[in-house]
Design a protein around this ligand. Structure first.
Ligand SMILES: Cc1ncc(COP(=O)(O)O)c(C=O)c1O
Length: 261
């Protein structure tokens, strides 16, 4: 049977090459040339997942009550555990029934949230340099990224005053990321307070990516965006099990493979 030309959708053609895939290719080429490299690519913690997590995962996998689909929001027991962690870690009270959502990695939510809030032509405020999923998710929803440059002069924080007034008025959503990838800069509660006021003035949803909240030094514990008054009215915060507990799928598969051979 003769084939026919298969066209990918227009939105796929707008995609830039995924930065991490490009870096990975360059890395493999360098390794092949015998270069001794330091990997500054994807944030893939290289310590094993803690044994109690693996043990409990193995035990849970054998329990038939876990063999059906979970609820749409994820298991209530997990969401209660998240709310408990937020209380202990940040002294923030969350209602596990309607303020916590389980994702298959924070990337799923970070990539998809635009589809829920951004219409074609809407502006999304995106820090740069930054996690490439913010502009890619924006593009997938037909939105337009407005870059907030992170420079030495502004302490590597998005300069809210530098956002043109007409852009701010048109913007639908703003990405913040603390501790920041790649600069490592931590936002203070005072900065979050200013961002919330900016969001209120311009009716912008704040998406705070806190994937690296537990990676810090010298006792300088990063704050949660949710600790600041008014945060719940304007925003959402993303956390990650991969950075905090080394729970990467790839790692788990590798572990399983090692155990089997
Ligand atoms: C800034 C940032 N946010 C979110 C993620 C996604 O993490 P995960 O989907 O594993 O929770 C990453 C992963 O590299 C990241 O660097």
């Amino acid at each position: 049977m003769a084939g026919f030309p298969i066209e990918v959708a227009a939105r796929i053609k707008t995609l830039p090459p995924y930065l991490f895939a490009a870096i990975d290719k360059m890395k493999q080429e360098a390794i092949a040339r015998g270069v001794d490299i330091i990997n500054l690519g994807i944030g893939d913690p290289d310590l094993p997942t803690p044994a109690p997590i693996i043990d409990s995962l193995a035990k849970a996998a054998k329990d038939p009550t876990h063999h059906q689909y979970p609820s749409y929001e994820g298991m209530l027991s997990f969401r209660k555990a998240v709310a408990g962690w937020y209380k202990r870690r940040f002294n923030v009270t969350l209602d596990p029934t309607n303020e916590v959502l389980t994702l298959i990695g924070s990337k799923e939510g970070i990539g998809h949230i635009h589809l829920a809030f951004v219409d074609p032509g809407d502006i999304v405020l995106v820090p740069s340099p930054g996690y490439p999923v913010y502009p890619v998710g924006t593009g997938f929803s037909g939105g337009v990224s407005h870059i907030m440059p992170l420079t030495k002069a502004n302490g590597f924080l998005p300069d809210l005053n530098a956002i043109p007034k007409d852009v701010a008025k048109k913007a639908k959503l703003m990405w913040l990321n603390s501790p920041n990838n790649p600069t490592s800069v931590i936002m203070t509660k005072d900065y979050f307070k200013r961002a919330i006021a900016f969001a209120q003035d311009n009716q912008i949803i704040i998406c705070h990516d806190a994937a690296y909240s537990e990676i810090y030094y010298d006792g300088k514990r990063p704050a949660s965006f949710m600790e600041v008054e008014g945060a719940k009215d304007v925003g959402v915060e993303f956390h990650s099990l991969s950075k905090t507990y080394n729970m990467m799928e790839a790692l788990s598969y590798q572990q399983a493979e090692d155990d089997l051979t």
